[in-house]
Design a protein around this ligand. Structure first.
Ligand code: SF4
Length: 395
């Protein structure tokens, strides 16, 4: 069977966006491919290197979600990236094959830097304010000194002195404040070498398994392109070692968060796969709905309502009926949400129950990951032998 590689950063418990967007697809792929599913803990370090205290717990919490939804360790290889050292070794080799300018063009890097630039604009305003405030203080002080010394007379000379003193003080303060701010520039302190190079590590993650396929969404195609470029470059320089990986594009249903935006932990709008029934009810109760439907009798627009989108996923049997009743103003949002919450509680119940089993003894998850790393290393060591042979380097 052809190999497939995919992975997740260890973010802890997963939410229903991951369930429909990633995990069901992974589960299906197990039928036709030899799947390698990786906990990308080194990738987590590129942006969370300051606080690593939760990474171990997050790994176990996340992998429990993989297991409860049917990612089967007897059919797929589940492992932690940092436990299979050849990822790092191949990353080092690949880092010689990529130019800096190619990495600087990476869309994710550009987006990240753009975000930092926006953050940088706010300090810019405060720089000017600080400079003006300091200027006024120093200026008043200097003028007071001049007057006290008896030198100041309100004639043209004195006015010229005031003008030049004000300009000089302002420019000096602006320069000083900008220099202080330069030291805190986000580029220098926030973008690290590892973050710039993470797509090279990603290429190593995929190619160290000589994976033929990578499951991705259509919007992630540019991310795979660099991996394909590196594989081609290596093969043309040293000989054919790597297959050129192909994307396995799947269409994922849109899973809205409580506020209607894309579901994401960082937005605080997520419902976890293992969320308790009471918490599901509370969260669904405060979900956004169609803002034009204020009372039960108002005709609604279900296709624009996040509650309806979740009905499509958790309550397929009643979707048509709900749509009709909403449009006709026969269904109220309170009742509609109550119905959804109960359907979600029921749907997620088997996952919740299975999680309890794993929670009783989390060491069984660690054993699964250790065994996965052992199996993964059988392939990665073989690949590195091939790489060393092809490159004619020491082995
Ligand atoms: S009745 Fe249901 S689908 Fe219609 S707007 Fe209200 S919550 Fe949304």
């Amino acid at each position: 069977m052809d190999r497939v590689l995919s992975g997740n950063r260890p973010t802890g418990k997963l939410h229903i966006g991951h369930l429909f967007g990633v995990l069901y697809n992974w589960r299906k792929l197990q039928d036709n491919y030899s799947c390698y599913y990786m906990v990308a803990d080194w990738h987590a370090l590129t942006t969370q290197w300051q606080d690593t205290s939760k990474i171990r717990d997050n790994i176990v919490d996340m992998v429990i979600d993989w297991l409860v939804v049917g990612i089967d360790p007897t059919r797929s290889v589940l492992f932690v990236q940092s436990e299979v050292k050849e990822h790092a070794e191949l990353h080092m080799v690949f880092s010689m094959l990529v130019t800096l300018s190619r990495l600087l063009r990476n869309p994710t890097f550009k987006e990240y830097v753009a975000e930092l630039r926006i953050k940088k604009e706010t300090p810019r305003k405060s720089v000017l304010k600080t400079a003006v405030r300091n200027t006024v203080d120093v200026f008043i002080e200097n003028v007071a000194k001049k007057l006290n010394s008896g030198e100041g007379k309100l004639d043209l000379d004195f006015m010229a002195y005031l003008r030049s003193e004000l300009q000089k003080t302002f420019l000096e303060n602006l320069k000083k404040t900008l220099e202080e701010e330069e030291e805190d520039l986000p580029y220098g302190s926030l973008v690290n070498y590892g973050f710039l190079g993470y797509p090279v590590l990603q290429a190593a993650d995929i190619l160290v398994y000589r994976a033929k396929y990578v499951p991705i969404g259509a919007d992630q195609l540019p991310h795979l392109e660099l991996t394909r470029e590196i594989a081609r470059r290596f093969n043309s320089l040293y000989g054919e070692v790597f297959p050129i990986p192909e994307p396995l594009i799947a269409e994922f249903p849109k899973v809205p968060g409580l506020d209607g935006r894309k579901m994401s932990k960082s937005y605080g709008n997520a419902i976890e796969i293992s969320e308790s029934p009471e918490s599901i009810r509370q969260k669904v109760k405060r979900m956004y709905t169609d803002p034009l439907k204020v009372r039960k009798g108002d005709p609604g627009h279900p296709e624009e309502c996040p509650v309806f989108m979740l009905h499509k996923l958790f309550n397929r049997e009643e979707v048509d009926e709900i749509k009709e009743s909403c449009i006709r103003g026969q269904l109220g949002c309170v009742e509609c949400k109550r119905n959804l919450a109960e359907k979600m509680v029921k749907y997620l119940e088997p996952f919740r129950e299975k999680r309890k089993e794993f929670e009783k003894d989390r060491s069984q998850v660690i054993d699964i990951l250790k065994e996965g790393a052992r199996k993964a290393a059988l392939v990665t060591r073989e690949t590195m032998e091939m790489v060393r042979d092809a490159m004619k380097i020491w082995k």
